[in-house]
Design a protein around this ligand. Structure first.
Ligand SMILES: Cc1cc2nc3c(=O)[nH]c(=O)nc-3n(C[C@H](O)[C@H](O)[C@H](O)COP(=O)(O)OP(=O)(O)OC[C@H]3O[C@@H](n4cnc5c(N)ncnc54)[C@H](O)[C@@H]3O)c2cc1C
Ligand code: SF4
Length: 485
């Protein structure tokens, strides 16, 4: 059904149905439902079709949002899918887990004018899920195959996006990952209640059917060095993400029962995928019946808190040293966590983990926000005499991630890195200081977002394409066969 646009004065903003907190607390299924075709069309028709589309400008992929909203409103879904997938290698994944309130939807003119943003992420998810169901998502069949090969280290969203783009150009692509599954944090970090694993698996399967070769359980540094991969391929892309977890440096941080966020989430995700995880089965990484305290205020902390709720924890508390308005995690996720029963203890910092061998509690003190620093962010200051104790037999550290020492790990001391340990690349070509070695995703920008990893992967693929074209042109021409020879 064709609809007129600019319906925001007549139609209120609607999001897809959200399962009740009571039902979603007991499983790891996604919490949001999907629009019906009518609801998607109606919501898309609210778009104002702005002359300057701020949503598009603030989408890291510069998705052509107004046009695919217009096509959705007109019921022309196959064209809407073609348009949305032209700039995004995994639109149904971004539609599910982008923090839209900070990106496209936060910049929507309707949001700024208090009409409520167009629900862009939910429409994007609807378009692509429909495309999968109707068979519009097809494996890549390059116009011509090329001999040159690219080795990609890391099968997260950056590596997957680059693999897709390079296969579309006909290059031979091998993707190496130290895990047993492709997907990176999409599989082992982000829990199923935000992104069901089957959604990632079908993308991985599509890459395999497009001719990408996967070498899983292959750790660069252990199974091959970077110089060896450079010899094996015409170009190499490093997309390894950042995995060195920041830990607590307070007394008691080494007690049993204190664990790193990613260890906890990987165990939960693996269990959900049907793997046997000894540390989960023996209770070490299972929150069932425990008093859980998660320290941190980002997306990873939110995921740990909500995982603990689903595992049947006795109580789940989040300790964060700033207040709600100043936390890095998405506000939408905080609302979901509160609904599910998480208790947020704002403006609080841990002082010590208590216990003999095992953690039994956390001693903490209250903070207040002082004057703003050079970045404009108020720095938290402790309040003297405000100490108190929280019961805790599982303490989860969700304090962020840093890059591993890649030059050492990869056996290539000349790999240039920044002072933060991320890989230094040329901003235009995306190539590092090593000829033919490119980098993308979190390992370049530090812990970030899936949508930025996709953008980086696509940009790096373009840099690699240009490099390989130049390399092929510079190669000595093969002698032309003699006529009548
Ligand atoms: C718990 C959690 C929740 C998050 N939630 C969200 C969210 O809701 N929305 C959002 O947009 N972003 C979220 N993020 C951030 C997002 O997941 C990352 O920004 C994104 O996955 C980065 O992509 P990447 O491809 O650079 O790296 P990764 O996804 O980390 O993938 C890197 C891959 O490289 C592999 N690898 C590493 N070293 C080697 C080696 N030596 N040899 C071979 N393989 C190697 C790893 O096994 C991994 O598979 C979350 C992150 C975490 C930790
Ligand atoms: S990719 Fe993310 S930021 Fe861009 S339109 Fe989709 S949901 Fe919004």
């Amino acid at each position: 059904m064709a609809r007129k646009m600019l319906q925001f004065t007549k139609l209120d903003q609607r999001t897809p149905d959200k399962r009740s907190a009571g039902t979603r607390r007991v499983d790891f299924d996604e919490i949001y439902g999907r629009f019906t075709p009518d609801a998607a069309g109606d919501q898309a028709s609210r778009c104002e079709q702005c002359g300057i589309p701020f949503c598009q400008i603030h989408c890291p992929l510069q998705n052509n949002i107004p046009d695919w909203l217009m096509l959705t409103a007109a019921g022309r879904l196959e064209e809407a899918y073609a348009l949305s997938s032209a700039t995004n290698s995994m639109p149904e994944i971004c539609g599910r887990i982008c923090p839209q309130d900070r990106l496209c939807e936060g910049s929507c003119v309707l949001e700024q004018s208090r009409h409520g943003a167009v629900t862009i992420g939910a429409v994007e998810k609807f378009i692509t899920d429909t495309a999968w169901e109707r068979g519009w998502v097809k494996p890549i069949l390059p116009l011509r195959e090329r001999e040159q090969s690219v080795g990609i280290i890391g099968g997260g969203p950056a590596g997957m996006a680059a693999a897709e783009q390079l296969r579309a150009q006909g290059y031979q692509v091998t993707l190496y990952d130290r895990y047993d599954r492709i997907g990176g944090l999409l599989v082992y970090g982000i829990p199923g209640f935000k992104l069901e694993k089957s959604v990632v698996e079908r993308r991985v399967d599509l890459l395999a059917r497009s001719g990408v070769i996967f070498k899983t359980n292959f750790e660069v540094g252990r199974d091959a060095t970077l110089p060896e991969l450079r010899k094996a391929h015409d170009a190499v892309l490093i997309a390894t993400g950042v995995y060195k977890a920041r830990g607590l440096s307070i007394p008691g941080a080494g007690l049993r029962g204190v664990t790193k966020a990613l260890d906890y989430l990987i165990a939960s995700n693996r269990t959900g995928l049907g793997d046997r995880v000894a540390a989960f089965e023996d209770g070490t990484l299972d929150a069932k019946d425990k008093a859980v305290v998660v320290i941190g205020g980002g997306d990873t902390a939110m995921d740990c808190l909500r995982t603990a709720i689903r595992q049947g924890a006795r109580s789940v508390k989040c300790l964060y040293r700033r207040d709600r308005a100043n936390m890095p995690g998405s506000q939408r996720e905080v609302i979901n966590a509160v609904e599910e029963g998480v208790d947020f203890v704002w403006l609080t910092a841990p002082e010590a983990v208590l216990g003999d061998e095992r953690a039994t509690g956390v001693r903490a003190h209250r903070m207040h926000l002082g004057v703003a620093d050079a970045t404009g962010r108020q720095s938290p200051q402790p309040i003297a005499g405000s100490e108190f104790t929280l019961e805790a037999d599982l303490v989860i550290e969700a304090l962020g991630f840093e890059p591993e020492d890649l030059p050492a790990v990869f056996g290539e001391p000349r790999l240039p890195i920044t002072r933060w340990g991320t890989i230094q690349i040329d901003p235009v070509s995306k190539m590092s200081g090593l000829d033919g070695v490119f980098a993308a995703g979190d390992i370049v920008r530090g812990a970030s977002l899936v949508v930025w990893a996709v953008r980086d992967g696509r940009d790096a693929a373009e840099g690699i394409r240009r490099y390989l074209v130049a390399k092929a042109a510079a190669a000595p021409a093969k002698a032309a066969p003699l006529v009548n020879a």
